[in-house]
Design a protein around this ligand. Structure first.
Ligand code: HEM
Length: 145
């Protein structure tokens, strides 16, 4: 199976991104242990988003858009592109509560931190399954090559 450079870049950034999301998921599990732990998670998640996740999903989006062949836009192929797009959009949207939560933590506003954490959870509930669906469709398309 030979794959082009653009697709290699897409797959590399997808793998990197999913790894980052897995780490974030684990970090978020510890946020309710204590007030200081919750604030530390808010700061760590913000840095991970700004320095690693946003660059990774930006590369996924740009390479994904460049790979689109309009003539093939049907069935699993279309589902894959749409699911990938929803995953990227969800992560972009998630940046808002992540930044607001960090600002709330800086103000020592625990209620604000909890509110933004719930928003992060709700968006993740849409974005993570969409990402996994895009991955499943993408792997299926690879098998067809
Ligand atoms: C979580 C997000 C994503 C995952 C897990 C993912 C995964 C994959 C995988 C595994 C492939 C390889 C399929 C193959 O070799 O044929 C692929 C290809 C591709 N992806 Fe993504 N992708 C994501 C996001 C996106 C986005 C946002 C777009 C476009 C807006 C996109 C567009 C494409 C296209 C057009 C291909 C080429 C498919 C082909 O030629 O068969 N992907 N992706």
């Amino acid at each position: 199976m030979r794959i082009g450079l653009l697709l290699q870049l897409h797959l590399f950034s997808v793998a990197f991104w999913l790894g980052v999301v897995a780490v974030e998921y684990l970090i978020e599990q510890g946020r309710a242990q204590s007030r200081s732990q919750g604030f530390a998670v808010a700061s760590l998640h913000r840095r991970i988003d700004l320095f690693f996740e946003t660059p990774a999903f930006s590369v996924v989006l740009v390479t994904g858009l460049m790979l689109i062949e309009p003539a093939r836009f049907d069935g699993i192929y279309a589902l894959k592109v749409i699911a990938g797009g929803v995953a990227v959009a969800g992560n972009l949207l998630c940046l808002v509560p992540v930044l607001r939560r960090h600002a709330a933590a800086e103000r020592d506003d625990l209620d604000g931190v909890i509110r933004q954490s719930r928003l992060i959870d709700s968006i993740s509930l849409l974005a993570i399954p969409a990402g996994l669906l895009a991955l499943a469709c993408g792997l299926y398309l690879m098998l067809l090559r």
